[in-house]
Every structure is written in C-alpha cells, then in structure tokens.
Design a protein around this ligand. Sequence first.
Ligand SMILES: [Mn+2]
Length: 436
Amino acid sequence: MFEERRKKLIGSLNAESNSCAAIFVSNRELIRNSDVLHKFRQESNFYYLSGFDEPDSIILIRPNHTDEYIMFVRPHDPEMAIWVGPRAGIDGVQESYGANAAFPIHTFVEKINELLSEVDDIFYGIGSDQEIDGIITNYLSARQKNSHRGQKGFSSLRDPRPLVENLRMFKSDDEIKALKEAIHITDKGFQVAQSLTKPGLYEFQIQAALESEFRKLGSVRNGYPSIVASGHNSCILHYTTNREKLKDGDLLLIDAGAEYDYFTADITRTWPINGHFSAPQRYIHDIVLEAQQTGIQLAKPGATLDEIHYGVLGVLVRGLIESNILSGAIDELIEKREYQEFYMHSTSHWLGMDVHDVGDYRNQKKAITLEEGMCFTVEPGLYLSAENHKISEEFRGIGIRIEDNILITNDGYVNLSKNIPSSAEKLEELVGSAIN
Ligand SMILES: [Mn+2]
C-alpha cells in the first residue's frame, strides 16, 4: 500500500520535473514535562508515504534513481530499547519499510550533498520542521553560490505537500475500509455513551466510557480530542474541557471520532440527558436534522460543498424564522448572513487521516467539484447562546450539531455513518438504557 502511494507520488513528481527529489520529515516528540513526552503520532503525509511511525525520521524520494527511496532514521540503541522499546533501525527500515538505502538521521546534513547533487528541482515544504528547513536552505544557498564556480546549481525549491494532498483527497478501497472501521467503532462508543447518560455524572465520565469502548474495539487513539459538552457548553464549538456535571433537562452534545489505521471518524450527536427532549429542544433538534438530511442528499459527483452548505442554510434559516429568532425572507437573511450568530461554521470539511483532512476547497475561487472517492462531513448545527437576548427564553442555551461522514461514489454518495441513530425518537430510547 505504501509503495503504491509512493509510486503515485513519483508519477506526480515526474509530471512536474525531469530531475527532482522530494523530502518529507516526520513529526518530533514533544516534551510534556521533564523526561515525560506527549503521546507521539506520526505526521500524516509522512505516514501516508512510509507507513513508518517513529519520530526523528526523513524520507527522500528520488524518481528515476537506483536508490529511489531513502530513509534517514534513528539507529538501533540497546539502551533506549530497554527504556522505551526497540527501533526499526537502519537495517530494519530496509527490510520492512521498503527503503532502498538507509542512513542514521544525524548524517542527513552531510549526506544530502551527495544524494541531491544531480537533482534540479528540490521538493521540500518549508515549515515542515525548523531544523530541517535550516539544513535545506543552507544546502541550497551553498549550492547556488558554488554554481558560479562550475558546480551544478538547482532550478527550483517547491512544496511537495500539494502533490501528496491531491492523492490523499481520493480514498482507495483500503482507506475506505479503515475509515468504515473507525466509524463502526465510533458508533459502538456512542451507543455506550448514550446508554450510560444520566443526570449527575460528569462529562469526563461519559468521555471515559466512550473512549474505553473505542480502545476495546481496537482504536489505539482518537482522531481528535472528544467534545463532551452538556448544557450551555454545547454552544462552544470546540469545547474539550469536559468537566461539568450533567444536569437534568439539559442536552449533551458529543463530537468524537475513533482513529483506526490512521483514519478517523468524525461524528456528532446531541441527546437529552434525562432521555426526553423538551419541546424547544426537540424543535431545534429536528430542524438541524432536517437541514443535515437535506444537505446529505445533495451529495453526488459534480456537486460542490457550497451547494450542500446552501441546502443546509435554507432549512436552518427557515427554522430560525419559524421559531421567531430571525425575521425576514430566507434568501435575504442568507445573503446578509444574519444566521451567522447561530450557525458560525461551515457545513463540511474533508475527512481522512486528519479530521480536518487535507485538500483544497477552492481552485481560483471556484468550489472544488465532488468526485468519486472523496470523503467529507455534513454537520450543521444551531447554537443558541444562553446570553443572547434576541432569542426567546425557551431556546436559550440550546446547542445542537448532527454530523455524519459521507463518501462520494460513482453515481451518488454513501452515508458511512447512517447506522448511528440521529432521530429524536431513537435517541430518547437509547439514553440511559444501560441504567434503567
Ligand atoms: Mn467535523
């Protein structure tokens, strides 16, 4: 799979240049405190191309060379093997990760002189890593200076990331399989969270139950920090504090995704803590759900995320008018963005290895057209702040978002998360079912 991806990238590189090399840098370990590190996750482009999840590594891809794929990694270290575990090492990456040649990471600075000397165009994304940025720019300036003394200069420094990201936008069958598994695991986690929801528990306790199910089912980590937002916290878009007590009569919004094989789900549901939507909660919930279903049904090859967004806005704004939160004509309210106080984010983002996955949304201001293999979310919401006095009191403090994960097929779409219940009736049935 990784070799196939590298081959595709080489195809893209060959289309751009007759003589080039592309360099990608891994993530580094981050210190949490003293000798304790934050949990490491590999940089997605790097993992996409290498399948290698160690820090302090570099890959070098040189199309049309005998040693086409070169890795710089941490060498084997018997002492570190005792403390944190073995590394693949120089031999290991040639045996198991497809490297044609491999060198210790600390030799990168000297080795590039030799490995890049015949290459015209260097593909490296400035900003990938501060130290490597310095090494590359020093190398290129030296080379440019020496070109006056008869050595070969270089033609260009270009960013390889858009080339990889254009590949990542289209999910292969294996990638869709991983994404489906991530969504399946997330589904099970949501069921557990719903079944345990009751007043008096803390948000982080629901989070623990949700994520425990993720781990049990084979997800080693989340795709992003879980949002477990009760009551007025549901109006905070990226609330991850998760420390408040669940109150009778409030809603609970959970936005979470298990990661599986480096692909992440991204699901949101909102349900009543006591198992019964109040009339105003139910009203807003059903408007958001109708908006979401309307948006999803617009997904097909040739459509755009803008069209889905406008489909969603039509329903949301109609709901805001009917609940006397806004007044006026739908089109005019949309044009003037009067809804923005209550719906301040876009409806969709690409989904894949990253929760907000790579890929352009526009090409020269024109929205990208959907094509088979693209994955994205449809996640409308309404956030009726407790402090907003334009809103009649019964609706204040209600925040609802409903989010599913969509795959574009050759003739339409699949809602990959359609099994995760979103109807008010079904949610009411599930809430607290493990305790009652
Ligand atoms: Mn999302």
